[in-house]
Design a protein around this ligand. Structure first.
Ligand code: NAG
Ligand code: NAG
Ligand code: NAG
Ligand code: NAG
Ligand code: FE2
Length: 414
């Protein structure tokens, strides 16, 4: 079974100092083997270089207690923007050969992303389009904003294995960056924590990284809901978030990476009608009365907040505290005076898409119940472009905006 391998490529360590990044390759085998990645420049002699790592045993908590080995190998010293070919495994069996481009570490770089949440093993409608576009080189990174596989732990975690094989055709080519959603909660998020490898030391639960002129923060909205797994996680994340935002907001940091973008699974505002979190024109996230309410992140000069969980696409006018703060009536996203929110959870899963409440509030700008995903390009320090792709309409772009900011930060809102 050692050739039963799936691969995800994630980034570790992109720092303000501009030190060229490194990538970590993560895969699974069902017997204990060595962990090697052989790689080379694309076009050169194949597999000239070797990197070694190690494997950790993951025992699923289902009744079969299935054992698997999660291998992690870090590639360092990669040449920015250079293309590489690699495979991974050991002398007991190798994966297919994949290619990737090391990320350009310049703050002038204009990274392109695909982003979505709620992609399942069954009915993953957008998957084919994402596989093709990723392999065509349309994206520098993917942001999967929670809810994987539906659910990774099911069938003694075989659904997790199957899902990882499904996304291998994306995640082996570009960094696949994640945050946890409610569908990962079973057994204390153990499938999520074990199968992914995000930056930092939090088992992928919360972290931040930089690309181009953006500082991207990923956090867990689930710490507000699954208190049985540890109230201390909520406080730990809060303290970390506060510090990370402070650091990103230091004038010397904000000068080079002015965009602060967050991603978290459950949105603050949404206008679905699904008898779930979103029945009161916002999400339970905003009703949680434990102190450390999640909207505090909006109050720290964050520019853009990306969410999923609702199986629809919704774009909001700039909003804070239920109030719209357009840049101007004619150009709401030019120098907006509050964060811009996007809810994009319609990639496709067995729960299908949700319905909208027919009478949205005034902060709701555009809504679609089509399956699809979002593209984003952080063009430069003043411009971000976002567009929504409808998979139902064969890839048609059904919505797009430019967010333009001449100055960033909390003070720019007044
Ligand atoms: C990285 O991107 C910047 C901005 O587009 C470009 O000027 C630079 O040449 C790129 N670096 C490499 C190594 O290609
Ligand atoms: C759940 O997992 C987190 C992350 O590893 C850990 O800090 C926490 O203690 C765990 N909670 C329980 C109840 O085991
Ligand atoms: C925000 O801008 C949009 C687009 O111009 C407009 O329809 C909406 O009424 C504005 N909202 C407020 C509260 O000004
Ligand atoms: C950023 O990109 C936009 C759109 O391409 C362009 O109009 C603008 O001049 C650029 N701004 C800077 C500071 O380069
Ligand atoms: Fe969800």
């Amino acid at each position: 079974q050692s050739s039963s391998i799936y691969i995800t490529l994630t980034i570790i360590g992109f720092f303000f100092t501009g030190v060229p990044g490194s990538m970590v390759v993560t895969w699974t085998t069902f017997n204990k083997t060595e962990s090697k990645v052989e790689y080379s420049f694309l076009g050169g002699r194949h597999f000239e270089m070797t990197a070694n790592g190690d494997a950790t045993l993951f025992v699923d908590s289902g009744e079969e207690q299935r054992h698997m080995y999660i291998h992690r190998v870090t590639l360092t010293g990669l040449k920015p923007a250079a293309a590489y070919v690699y495979h991974c495994g050991s002398d007991k069996g190798w994966s297919d050969a994949f290619f990737f481009a090391a990320l350009n570490d310049s703050t002038n770089f204009s990274p392109r992303f695909a982003l979505y949440g709620d992609l399942g093993n069954e009915n993953p409608q957008s998957l084919a389009r994402l596989q093709k576009e990723t392999q065509l080189g349309m994206y520098d990174a993917i942001l999967h904003i929670g809810d994987f596989a539906y659910d990774m732990h099911e069938d003694n975690a075989r659904i997790g294995d199957e899902f990882m094989r499904q996304i291998e055709s994306i995640a082996a080519y570009v960094p696949y960056m994640t945050c946890p959603g409610n569908h990962e909660a079973t057994y204390n998020f153990s499938n999520y924590r074990n199968r992914f490898t995000m930056p930092g030391q939090t088992e992928s639960l919360w972290y931040s990284w930089n690309l181009g002129s953006a500082h991207i923060i990923s956090f867990s909205t689930e710490v507000y809901f699954y208190l049985e797994f540890g109230l201390e996680l909520l406080f730990k994340q809060y303290e970390w978030l506060k510090k990370d935002l402070e650091e990103a907001n230091r004038p010397e940091n904000r000068a080079v990476r002015p965009w602060i973008i967050t991603m978290g699974h459950r949105p603050m505002y949404c206008s679905d009608d699904d008898q779930d979190d979103c029945t009161m024109f916002d999400s339970y996230v905003l009703h949680i009365t434990t102190h450390k309410n999640v909207e505090f992140v909006s109050f720290t000069g964050v520019d853009l907040e990306l969410w999923a969980h609702e199986h629809t696409y919704e774009r909001l006018w700039p909003v804070y505290g239920y109030k719209v703060y357009n840049g101007s009536k004619e150009q709401p996203y030019v120098n907006p005076k509050a964060p811009v929110h996007i809810v994009t959870g319609s990639a496709g899963c067995r729960e299908k898409t949700d319905m909208f409440n027919p009478n949205p509030k005034d902060w709701s700008a555009f809504r679609s119940t089509d399956y699809g995903y979002t593209r984003m390009q952080v063009v430069n320090t003043t411009h971000i472009y976002l567009e929504q792709v409808s998979d139902d309409q064969y890839g048609k772009v059904i919505d797009s905006i430019w967010v333009v900011k001449e100055s960033h930060g909390f003070s720019a809102w007044f």
